[in-house]
Write a new protein. Structure first.
Length: 334
């Protein structure tokens, strides 16, 4: 269980080490600017590639540009503040006239809906979907409006028979600000990653209710994608291809059983959870087969893509259908 906890540690905590990754001006021939969110598991391959020197070996000077939400990642791309970024697929689909998916990433972890202690305590005696129906009047904390967290929250409640239009959302960011919002009563429910859910549980401030991985209609959706602006130059495409190869190499390295101890040591040397938080995280996280990095891959399931489009259309977060062929312009890692 230790290696699984170490993986989640990275997904949970600040990525201050990465802010030192910047270097030369972005006009430099080997510089590539990428987006990331502190606390997001989707940045894990980038972190591994940095720490293992994979980017350097590929001849890339990678600069990490921070933001606080999925919509923020797409905005970084549209403003040309980054050259390539991962971003929640839901946000990418809303901007497909200007951005293109160059590689997919399989889902990494499930969101957990966490209930604030003192709010609708009687719901704990109920099972799904009755428990969500009992919680539907609560204010739901999400990272940002129109974020993937909002999409998943609406999907959760919709599957339980609660119309998305009846939910009250509040943007609370991620990490400490989101935990503070739940603890203070600013929100009654919070869409959290497994680590935040564990931290709230250990502190006695919240109880995890259900995970998206527990709901068949939500468990296999394509959570994120690597994207660029449309019409990038051949030189930029070559750098993106090298970047994707580096991400693929990082994923492959982390998935190897022979590297588990080295991977564990690399991560725990830089980041740390309290023993109680680490134990609770390991208990809460149940990815199925493999560990957290085992959920990654540069693939894109068209079936899951179409399912997500249908959910977004139903929730009015997408105004018209987007086809897989329209959205993707895949680049072969090389």
């Amino acid at each position: 269980m230790r290696s699984r906890t170490a993986l989640l540690t990275v997904a949970a905590l600040g990525l201050s080490l990465l802010t030192a990754c910047g270097g030369r001006d972005s006009a430099s021939s080997n510089t590539l600017r990428i987006g990331y969110i502190a606390g997001s598991a989707a940045s894990l391959p980038d972190m591994i590639a940095k720490e293992r020197g994979i980017f350097e070996d590929a001849g890339l000077n990678v600069q990490f540009v921070n933001t606080d939400s999925g919509p923020g990642l797409v905005n970084l791309l549209l403003s040309e503040s980054v050259d390539v970024t991962w971003a929640p697929t839901s946000n990418v689909l809303a901007a497909t006239e200007k951005v293109q998916i160059v590689a997919g990433t399989v889902r990494s972890y499930g969101f957990e809906l966490v209930r604030r202690k003192g709010f609708a305590d009687s719901s704990t005696s109920l099972s799904y979907p009755d428990n969500l129906q009992a919680l539907a009047e609560g204010r739901v904390g999400i990272s940002a409006t129109a974020s993937y967290a909002q999409v998943m929250a609406e999907g959760m409640f919709n599957e339980a028979g609660v119309a998305p239009g009846n939910l009250d959302f509040l943007s609370v960011g991620v990490g400490p600000t989101s935990r503070g919002a739940l603890k203070s009563g600013q929100v009654d429910l919070l869409m959290a990653n497994p680590v935040t859910a564990a931290e709230l549980q250990v502190a006695g401030d919240g109880d995890p209710v259900i995970s998206t991985l527990d709901i068949p209609a939500l468990k296999n959706l394509p959570e994120a994608a690597y994207v660029t602006k449309r019409g990038i130059s051949e030189a930029q495409e070559e750098k993106v291809a090298k970047y994707l190869r580096a991400a693929e190499e990082a994923i492959t390295w982390a998935q190897s059983e022979s590297n588990i101890e080295d991977f564990d040591a690399l991560l725990t040397q830089v980041y740390g959870l309290s023993p109680d938080d680490a134990e609770a995280t390991a208990e809460r996280y149940n990815p199925g087969e493999g560990n957290l990095i085992g959920e990654y891959g540069l693939s894109f399931d068209q079936g899951g893509f179409d399912e997500l489009v249908a959910i977004l259309l139903k929730g009015k977060l997408l105004t018209e259908k987007v086809s897989y062929d329209e959205a993707t312009a895949l680049i072969e890692p090389r």
